[in-house]
Design a protein. Structure first.
Length: 210
């Protein structure tokens, strides 16, 4: 998986990000599509992730709003579909160039896709497994994680809800495995600091989250 996302020599970084982003979108869309009939406003009144996590949608004014999971995911998929079909953002013609904001747009897409994956694990894993698609979901998560690890696309604060799964699927080293208790303590306080910082950044950049 790690080799899969390494940028091949001579290939443009944006080009590479674009192809992985589009592939991830297709895979997440496919898995969610198979269980979407179980994701209803009454069954999933909140956009949940593992461990009581609830994702709030940022409306056009950058205001956080609580929406049901199917609504949230519809917003996500519509936004991504619109964005990757936009020739000025995801150029397909040779002469067209990527905008300077391309990487930040990709970061946003990958973060939103992560939310959908998190919801699938938290609320619909049973249905996914019954349909025999859990391997596909795990692979999609592995792909997303590998891409994120390679290019640092998502805040650690976001990915920690699926940290245990990363370890279980051996996508990452168990951070607690070899650290002494003192080291672990340091790491924990460091993580808390980083958390509050990224949180502030998140708040500050909420305006452009339309
Ligand atoms: Zn749901």
């Amino acid at each position: 998986m790690r080799l899969l996302v390494d940028l091949p020599a001579g290939l443009d970084y944006n080009e590479w990000l674009a192809s992985h982003t589009m592939a991830l979108f297709d895979h997440v869309n496919l898995v969610y599509g198979t269980v979407s009939e179980f994701c209803t406003p009454s069954g999933c009144p909140d956009m949940t992730g593992p461990g009581q996590k609830i994702y709030l949608w940022f409306d056009e004014k950058g205001k956080k709003t609580k929406v049901a999971a199917p609504q949230y995911i519809d917003y996500v998929m519509t936004f991504i579909q619109k964005t990757i079909s936009d020739e000025t953002i995801f150029p397909t013609k040779y002469a067209n160039e990527f905008p300077s904001s391309f990487e930040s747009i990709v970061r946003k897409i990958v973060r939103l896709l992560f939310h959908v994956v998190a919801h699938l694990y938290a609320a619909h894993f049973k249905e996914v497994a019954l349909l025999g698609l859990h391997t596909h979901l795990n692979l999609t998560f592995a792909h997303l994680t590998a891409l994120h690890h390679r290019f640092a696309l998502i805040d650690a604060k976001e990915t920690e809800v699926l940290q245990d799964l990363e370890v279980a699927l051996r996508l990452t080293e168990d951070p607690t495995a070899e650290a002494s208790s003192e080291d672990a303590c340091d790491a924990a306080s460091e993580a808390t600091e980083t958390d509050s910082r990224t949180h502030l950044q998140d708040e500050a950049s909420s305006d452009n989250k339309s």
